[in-house]
Design a protein around this ligand. Structure first.
Ligand SMILES: C[S@@+](CC[C@H](N)C(=O)[O-])C[C@H]1O[C@@H](n2cnc3c(N)ncnc32)[C@H](O)[C@@H]1O
Length: 825
């Protein structure tokens, strides 16, 4: 179901509600919740398919029609259209409700890689629609205030006074930017050069517009640029109401800064610096906005300019040193950062902030060198419940990139030494990431897209992460290879045979953007937007953060977006449904652990997609893999397509029933187990049956509810949970539910500890807790303790963090089951 504000409003009106009542209903926070959550989900599959079909037809039509002459555009009409669009946007964003747009991504698009000096000028009257003007540049000037849909839209004129609409995508800092920010970035009179511009027709085939996808194809010209100086404009420049002194720009920047509009602030400071290049307050202020925007190299250039003057002392020196430290920290150069914070403390020991940051650096350095034991897992878990963006250092464990020719991209990751089950292999922060806000009621605008490359629907954050990656490359051009060397799908040239870098800062030189403006200027490196689009499509993760354990079992995950993130080295890991490794996220931190003991040189693989049934997994993997050759899928295929389909139908039906009635009756749960078990042929030696995990999970849940009233059933509850283990590939070595425990058995855990459950299933740890709780209810504290130990072992090999994290993560469950009171947990 696709619900948007317009359809809800229409629906309420058809119910005969007066306008005031409709408005009141829309202002109700519950309605905002509903709109916020529903509109975050993707359109239905059929809608995605038909939108893709329409987009393909449109492409074919445009191709068939080919280039044709351009119709002149009336200047005044275009300016009025811009005005209208600004008003509409402003109105829509006032709310209530969420402005939802659907866009198409993943189609071929041009990004120029010819230097501006090698291009020759062109004017609008010489341009054709449906054509990219290779070898040319267009000098133009905006003559009306900017607006935006998904892209920024601008009314531009060329030197002859001819007008055209211009759409600019992917400009850093401008993703769904406010009009305030756009006004600062592109006030009327902004002079631009467009490299190799493409003139296109809009979807209705009515109006032509220039579409620029790569932000490095837009060059912002200052007045002293040779092209700007030589330009003779037919029209007068729009009258400017902008400040003309450095001081006034500083004040303007400070207002933006106060309102959290860091990007707009950085532009205002930049305009001030164009008038007074050595202004210390402007350089220091801009450095701070760059730090907030994560443009660390650009910040470093500003503070270095300040510190290059040996007479700078007092507060300014402290500010410059502190901001230098912050910028190095942001670039993950923790040793250099600490040096700066310590320099601040040497000047003034009362700078407590610097002391705190120096300590943080020490902790990050420890993490980089010591790995698993140095991370504060409990704190990471707690912090991630509040904000997904955590502050930890990356860690590259005993792994390296190797040639794996049979896989798309030809590379993979292998171990460099023997590792143990549960051992940490890597821990990474994303290169770029987008997350939904914590309070979805604050969302005013949402994008979804259909992706012509993968034939999938993408949620808002998947669209946003592309813009984030582009912004990061613009800000840190020397890190671009970390993205460009990732696999970009079958239609791209293969990536290099190895991957040249981890994300250690020493691998990334400090290359600030030219003129130190990390928005499109004369860029140090051209950005190929199509390539980044492709990289994001084939490498993005949904970092579904670890949550506190609850009693809710067996229900499918929600369709709500958990964000989208692009990681560097972890993207080199190939897929296997039952991999040699698995991943967990603490907020945006991707943690990869071994699922069993691995020899040196064994390939590290992990599941890209979850799914109880073979068919579900195959569908979710379609863009990556035709037929998955992991042993789990091989086993399932041996059962035959018919049985696999039957299995999926049973799981889907049971899932739907569970959601409809959480207290499933026991006979139904048993029937589900029986019917599902019948879809496995006895002669196929299934070590792992993910679908059966779900079935036994539901049976255990149903039995557990009954046992609350009939405690004699707790033995059966424990047995059902043990079946969850066996379905997840964990051998239960002690299946007894009453009577003495043999002395041999007592020494060990009741489960084999050779492997972690398949598919990063936290449910198994939860099952062990429930077994423990069942024994506790039966007053069998010896078994309860044994199974609680098993739960801790399982949780530790799956998510790590030892007993301390287990206690925090399972706090609610341990209290509610009285385990904490009875056996101290
Ligand atoms: C994120 S990349 C993995 C790294 C990639 N092999 C490389 O060289 O950069 C994902 C792509 O690797 C390939 N791949 C990963 N696992 C695979 C598997 N089990 N079977 C076949 N291809 C696989 C697919 O082409 C997939 O789209």
């Amino acid at each position: 179901m696709d619900v948007d504000l317009a359809s809800v409003t229409a629906m309420l009106r058809t119910m005969g509600l007066p306008a005031s009542a409709v408005q009141a209903a829309l202002n109700d926070p519950r309605m905002r919740d509903l709109l916020g959550s529903v509109s975050r989900s993707l359109p239905a599959e059929d809608d995605i398919a038909s939108q893709l079909q329409r987009a393909r037809e449109q492409f074919e039509r445009e191709k068939r029609l080919g280039p044709s002459s351009r119709t002149p555009v009336p200047r005044a009409a275009l300016a009025m259209a811009m005005d209208r669009s600004r008003n509409e946007l402003q109105e829509a964003l006032k709310g209530p409700g969420v402005l939802q747009r659907n866009t198409t991504v993943g189609f071929p698009k041009h990004s120029s890689n010819t230097p501006l000096e090698q291009l020759t000028p062109i004017t609008l009257s010489k341009m054709q629609v449906r054509r990219t003007h290779f070898g040319s540049y267009l000098l133009c000037r905006t003559y009306a205030a900017p607006s935006r849909f998904v892209a920024i839209s601008l009314a531009i004129e060329d030197t002859d006074g001819q007008a055209q609409m211009l759409s600019v995508y992917n400009l850093p800092g401008a993703f769904l930017a406010s009009l305030d920010t756009l006004d600062e970035l592109l006030p009327p009179g902004t002079v631009l050069v467009l490299r190799e511009p493409t003139l296109k027709m809009d979807n209705e085939g009515q109006n032509a517009f220039i579409r620029v996808d790569s932000p490095t194809d837009v060059v912002f010209l200052t007045d002293d640029h040779p092209i700007a100086r030589g330009a003779r404009w037919r029209t007068n420049a729009p009258r400017s109401r902008l400040p003309d002194t450095a001081e006034a720009w500083k004040e303007r920047g400070n207002v933006h800064f106060k309102h959290g509009r860091h990007f707009a602030a950085s532009i205002a400071y930049t305009r001030g610096l164009q008038r007074e290049p050595s202004s210390r307050p402007l350089l220091l202020n801009r450095a701070l906005t760059y730090i907030n925007l994560e443009y660390y190299s650009a910040a470093l250039v500003d503070v270095h300019t300040v510190l290059a003057n040996p007479t700078v002392a007092g507060t300014d020196r402290i500010k410059a040193l502190f901001r230098t430290g912050r910028a190095h920290y942001g670039r993950k150069d923790y040793a250099l950062a600490r040096r700066e914070f310590d320099a601040v403390l040497a000047l003034d020991p009362q700078q407590h902030n610097s002391r705190g940051w120096s300590k943080r650096c020490e902790q990050r350095i420890r993490e980089t060198h010591q790995g698993d034991r140095s991370y504060d897992w409990v704190q990471m878990f707690k912090d991630s419940q509040e904000n997904p963006r955590l502050d930890v250092a990356d860690w590259v464990g005993p792994v390296e990139v190797a040639s794996i020719p049979a896989r798309g991209g030809g590379r993979g990751v292998v171990t460099t030494k023997a590792v143990q089950v549960g051992e940490l292999l890597m821990l990474f922060k994303p290169y770029a990431a987008a997350f939904p806000p914590r309070d979805t009621r604050t969302v005013r605008e949402l994008l979804t897209s259909v992706n012509m490359m993968t034939n999938e629907g993408n949620v808002h954050e998947q669209v946003e992460v592309v813009a984030c990656a582009i912004a990061k490359i613009m800000a840190e051009p020397s890190s671009a290879h970390l993205v460009s060397e990732l696999y970009a799908g079958p239609d791209s040239p293969p990536p290099p045979s190895t991957y040249s870098a981890t994300s250690r800062p020493t691998d990334i030189a400090i290359t600030p953007p030219v003129n130190n403006i990390p928005i499109a200027n004369v860029a140090t490196r051209d950005i190929d937007v199509l390539h980044i689009d492709r990289v994001c499509s084939f490498n993005n993760f949904g970092p579904n953060s670890l949550k506190p354990a609850t009693f809710r079992m067996g229900a499918s995950e929600t369709s709500q977006s958990c964000g989208s993130a692009l990681y560097t080295l972890p993207s080199l890991v190939n897929h296997a449904c039952a991999g040699t490794a698995m991943w967990t996220c603490f907020g945006d931190v991707l943690v990869i652990r071994a699922t069993r003991a691995l020899k040196a040189g064994e390939e590290v693989t992990m599941p890209y997609a979850s799914g109880d049934s073979y068919l579900d997994r195959s569908t979710r993997l379609k863009k990556h893999i035709e037929i998955c050759d992991c042993w789990l899928c091989v086993q399932e295929r041996l059962d035959g397509e018919e049985r696999c389909r039957e299995r999926k139908q049973l799981v889907d039906a049971a899932q739907a029933k569970l959601l409809a009635s959480p207290d499933r009756p026991i006979p139904e749960a048993r029937a589900f187990v029986k019917a599902l078990a019948a879809t496995y042929r006895p002669e196929t030696a299934h070590e792992i049956k993910p679908s059966m995990m779900a079935a036994y999970g539901q049976l255990a849940y149903a039995l557990g509810l009954k046992a609350l009233r009939q405690p004699s059933m707790y033995g059966e509850v424990a047995e059902a949970h043990m079946q969850v283990f066996e379905s997840a590939g964990i051998v239960v070595t002690d299946k007894t539910v009453r009577g003495p425990i043999s002395s041999l058995s007592r020494k060990n855990l009741p489960i084999a500890t050779t492997r972690a459950p398949v598919g990063n299933r936290q449910e198994t740890a939860m099952s062990a807790v429930m077994i423990s709780a069942s024994f506790c209810s039966m007053d069998d504290l010896q078994r309860a303790r044994r199974w609680l130990k098993a739960a801790k072992w399982l949780n530790n090999v799956v998510v790590g963090g030892g007993d301390a994290l287990f206690r925090v993560q399972y706090d609610h469950v341990l209290k509610k089951t009285y385990l904490l009171d009875r056996i101290g947990a």
